[in-house]
Design a protein around this ligand. Structure first.
Ligand SMILES: [Zn+2]
Length: 332
C-alpha cells in the first residue's frame, strides 16, 4: 500500500513522492526543488529516479545531501548518461575535511543508466565522497529495481537529450482483514508487516509467524501461527498498482509508442502538460508535450487517472485551462 503525490504545484519543479504506508520508506521521481518535503519525509526516501539533469529536475540534490548528511542512510539514485560525472561535480563543490570522523554511514549508490547497460558507483560520506571502484556494468533491459514489494522500470524518451520515464509497480497487495483478526482474537501490530513481507517473498506455508503486540511500551505476550494458516484466513491478496511518471518528451511516434507501453493500465499517470495545444509548435521546438497530447497518451495507455504538471509559466493563473484540455482528450 502506498500513496503518490506531486511534491509541488503544477507550475513548480516536477517531482512525485511515493510513500509506502506501514513502512518507513519512500521513493522520489525527479530531484527538483524539494523544500515542500519536510526532513522527516526526505529521510524516508530510499530510491530517487531522475529523468534528466536539467536544473528544474536536479537542483534538489544539494538540499537532499544537506538533510541526509550525518545520518545512517543509503540512497540509491538513478539517472541518464553522464550522471556520475554530474553527481561528482556537485559533490566536489564542497569541502569534506571533517567527515572521516562521522560515526554514521551515509552513502550514495549512483546508477548511470545507458540504453544498453547500467553502471553503479558508490560514494561514501566518510571517504569524502571519493568514488569507489565501479562494479562491472550490468545489462539494462528496462528494469532498474526488482525488490520484494515493488519494482521500477525505466525507458529512454527523446527530449533532444535522453530523458528517462519511469514505471513503479507494486507487487501483489496483501490486505489484512482486521475484522477477521478481531474475531480470532489476534492483535494487530508491527508483526503484520513481517507477515506481508514473507507472503510477498513467497516463503513456504509452514513458516512460523510470530504474533505479538507492544503493551505499555513493552512487548506483550506472543504466539505463533503458520504462514499458510494466516494466509488462508486473515489476508486477501490482490494485484498491486502501477504509477507511471513521464516528463520532458517531444510528441514523436517513437516517444508515443514508448510512453503508451510504459504507462499501460497504470493507476495514475503523472505526465507533463507544459503547453496548450494551440502552442503545439512551441511545444515541439522545446521538446515538451501539450496538455492535449498528455490526455491523449493517457487515454491510449488506458490509465485510470492522470495528474498533470510542468505547466509553462506563461499560463500562470489559468492552470485550469491546461487541465481542461488534457481531461477532454483523456475522456474523449
Ligand atoms: Zn523540465
Amino acid at each position: 500500500m502506498f500513496s503518490a503525490h506531486l511534491i509541488n504545484d503544477p507550475f513548480g519543479d516536477p517531482g512525485v513522492y511515493i510513500e509506502f504506508k506501514y513502512r518507513r520508506s519512500a521513493l522520489l521521481f525527479d530531484l527538483g526543488d524539494l523544500h515542500s518535503l519536510n526532513p522527516r519525509k526526505l529521510l524516508k526516501i530510499s530510491h530517487i529516479f531522475v529523468s534528466h539533469t536539467h536544473m528544474d529536475h536536479f537542483i534538489g540534490f544539494d538540499y537532499l545531501l544537506r538533510v541526509c548528511l550525518g545520518r545512517d542512510r543509503h540512497i540509491f539514485l538513478y539517472g541518464p548518461p553522464g550522471f556520475h560525472e554530474q553527481v561528482e561535480n556537485k559533490l566536489r563543490a564542497y569541502t569534506w575535511n571533517l567527515v572521516e570522523n562521522y560515526q554514521n554511514d551515509f552513502a550514495l549508490h549512483i546508477t548511470e543508466v545507458h540504453p544498453d547497460c547500467k553502471r553503479v558507483r558508490l560514494y561514501r560520506c566518510r571517504t569524502a565522497f571519493q568514488p569507489e571502484e565501479e562494479d562491472p556494468a550490468e545489462i539494462f533491459n528496462g528494469t532498474l529495481v526488482e525488490g520484494s514489494y515493488f519494482s521500477v522500470r525505466g525507458v529512454f524518451l527523446d527530449h533532444k537529450i535522453p530523458c528517462l520515464a519511469y514505471r513503479f509497480e507494486e507487487k501483489n497487495r496483501v490486505n489484512v482483514m482486521k475484522n477477521v483478526l478481531q474475531e480470532m482474537g489476534i492483535p494487530v501490530g508491527a508483526w503484520l508487516v513481517d507477515l506481508k513481507d514473507r507472503i510477498l517473498g513467497g516463503e513456504p506455508d509452514d513458516t512460523p509467524i510470530r504474533i505479538w503486540r507492544r503493551h505499555e511500551g513493552k512487548e506483550g505476550e506472543e504466539r505463533f501461527m503458520s504462514l499458510g494458516e494466516l494466509k488462508s484466513s486473515v489476508v486477501k491478496i490482490t494485484p498491486g498498482q502501477a504509477i507511471t511518471y513521464v516528463t520532458d518528451a517531444v510528441y514523436s511516434d517513437d516517444n508515443v509508442k514508448k510512453i503508451v507501453e510504459l504507462a499501460r493500465a497504470s493507476e495514475i499517470l503523472f505526465i507533463e502538460a507544459t503547453f496548450l495545444h494551440e502552442d503545439a509548435d512551441k511545444a515541439s521546438q522545446k521538446y515538451h508535450l501539450t496538455a492535449f497530447q498528455a490526455g491523449k497518451l493517457a487515454r491510449m495507455a488506458g490509465v485510470k487517472r492522470i495528474s498533470l504538471f510542468h505547466f509553462s509559466p506563461k499560463y500562470k493563473g489559468s492552470g485550469e485551462i491546461l487541465v481542461e484540455e488534457a481531461m477532454r482528450a483523456f475522456k474523449d
